[in-house]
Design a protein around this ligand. Structure first.
Ligand code: B4P
Length: 193
């Protein structure tokens, strides 16, 4: 099994690149953003709770997200591996993920961190907001999401750097150029399926 975390600030291209990685390497994709948006659109109790945070650009509480991930991993028994997109976003989530994977006799092999200047992040997310209908892709909420990233999420990279699992990837080139840089790292562990 090969498990990868795609890390980076909002709009750095985690969702975009995850799709390309899944198509090429056939890993199971787990995006907490997508899972939460699905709960919100179905108006489940979890979704109603999560929406209060997402609409303000804040992180959803750890216990909600960790529970969701745990059941998703269980659903995908026999997978070639997982790509975690947008998770973990706090130290508590990172520690919980380590424990969950250890329990399944596996681990995170590499964390690929997309590096994109802040002005590009805003431009990309505002661009997506024009067509996506995502209520959190507007200027005020984008600013809050980036603030939340610096306050709670950026420290997660130190957790993996301490275990020599962190690789920085230049993420401000084209989508294809970024994918080439990511593939170069993944190919060290896994050949395209
Ligand atoms: P997410 O859904 O994870 O969204 P994101 O970080 O904003 O987007 P991403 O980095 O995936 O950007 P994308 O590729 O789409 O989170 C949304 C919210 O959910 C959070 O604010 C939080 O409230 C909640 N949440 C999620 N996970 C959580 C967790 N673990 N704990 C607590 N709360 C959680 O790219 C964005 C745009 O850029 C797209 O339009 C794309 O086309 C464009 N783009 C991408 N790459 C490009 C490139 N190379 N050049 C030009 N444009 C590019």
């Amino acid at each position: 099994m090969f498990n990868l975390i795609l890390f980076g600030p909002p709009g750095s291209g985690k969702g975009t690149q995850s799709q390309k990685i899944v198509d090429t390497y056939h890993l199971q994709h787990i995006s907490t953003g997508d899972l939460l948006r699905d709960e919100v659109s179905r108006q489940t109790p979890l979704g109603v709770e999560a929406k209060k945070y997402m609409d303000q650009g804040l992180l959803v509480p750890d216990e909600v997200v960790i529970g969701m991930i745990s059941s998703k991993i269980d659903e995908k028994q026999g997978a070639r591996g997982f790509i975690f997109d947008g998770f973990p976003r706090t130290r508590a989530q990172a520690e919980a993920l380590d424990k969950l994977l250890e329990f399944k006799d596996t681990q995170i092999h590499i964390v690929l961190s997309l590096e994109v200047p802040e002005e590009n992040l805003k431009k990309r997310l505002l661009g997506r907001g024009e067509t996506s209908g995502r209520s959190d892709d507007n200027e005020t909420i984008i600013t809050e999401r980036i603030k939340e990233y610096h306050a709670k999420t950026s420290a997660v990279s130190a957790h993996y750097a301490a275990h020599n699992k962190l690789e920085h990837i230049k993420g401000d080139g084209s989508i294809d150029d970024t994918f080439k840089l990511l593939s170069k790292q993944i190919d060290k562990y896994l050949l395209p399926a």
